[in-house]
Each structure stands twice: as C-alpha cells, then as structure tokens.
Design a protein around this ligand. Sequence first.
Ligand code: HEM
Length: 134
Amino acid sequence: MPRISQLYFKTAILFLLIGIIMGLKMAISGDHSVIGAHAHCNLLGWVTMAIFGGYHALNPHKAEKRIAMIQYYVYTAGIALMVPSLYLMLQGNAAMEPIVAIASLVTLAGVLLFAFIIFSGEKVAVTPPAPSYR
Ligand code: HEM
C-alpha cells in the first residue's frame, strides 16, 4: 500500500476513535448537543479519509505525486481544526465560530485538491503485444 494510504488510514482511525468517544459521551450523558462535531468527525474524519486512502491505494502512480501529500496535509489540518472548534462551539463557546468557519474553508480547499487529483491525467500503460510465433 502506498505511504499516503497508510497515513490516511492511521489518521482516519484516530478520528473514528475520537468520534466514537464523543458518541458514547452523548449516549451516556443524554446531552446530544455536540451531535454535529460527532457526525463530522466520523464522516469527514473516518469515512472520507478512508475513501481518500483507498483511492490512492488503487492509483499508486497518483499517490507518489507531491500534490497527494499537500492534499493530505491541507485536508487533515482542516478536519483537525474543525472537530475541536465545532465541539466547543456546540457546547456554547461562540468565540469558536470564526475558527469553525476557517476550518471549513481549509477542509473545502482539501476537497478541491482531491478533486484536482481525481481529474488529473491518467497515465496509460502501453504494453507491447505478445510476440506471435505462428
Ligand atoms: C459507538 C459508536 C457510536 C455511538 C455511541 C454514537 C452515538 C450517537 C448519538 C448518541 C447520536 C445522537 C442521536 C440523536 O440525537 O438523534 C449520534 C448521531 C449521529 N451519528 Fe453516531 N455514534 C457512533 C458512531 C457513529 C459513526 C461510526 C458514524 C459515521 C460513520 C456516526 C454518525 C452519526 C451521525 C451522522 C449522526 C447524526 C444523525 C442525525 O442527526 O439524525 N456515528 N451518534
């Protein structure tokens, strides 16, 4: 598996653990106010990152490109900033709102970079036909 896929899965599993802890905390306390942070942590952190990692595993030549690592850092920074700031905002800390906004824009930039990676040119392997001995 390419290094970036490993990195994505390692990061994704951390977000799943954090997301599940948040979910259990909500379930036990009965206070569901941080539902948005829980859902975004699980869906943008665990699910989406696992899809990004899987895409690179299926396209190893794209995984080696510099843009792939840049995209990983931008997207991960966005989610790593969004989850705690959204959590605090939903707990009533209104001062977190601009941080959530910035984190959302950084996340969007990460997704746009991934769209660029998806649409960037495919290398078509040209294999010569096998020689015929007849
Ligand atoms: C042990 C694991 C988990 C626990 C204990 C848990 C717990 C919860 C709780 C208590 C809620 C609030 C429900 C409500 O107020 O209506 C919730 C909502 C939600 N959870 Fe989880 N969750 C877990 C895992 C996950 C995972 C893995 C995902 C996604 C991959 C996820 C996605 C969501 C979403 C999208 C919502 C919002 C649902 C809605 O608004 O209707 N959860 N979860």
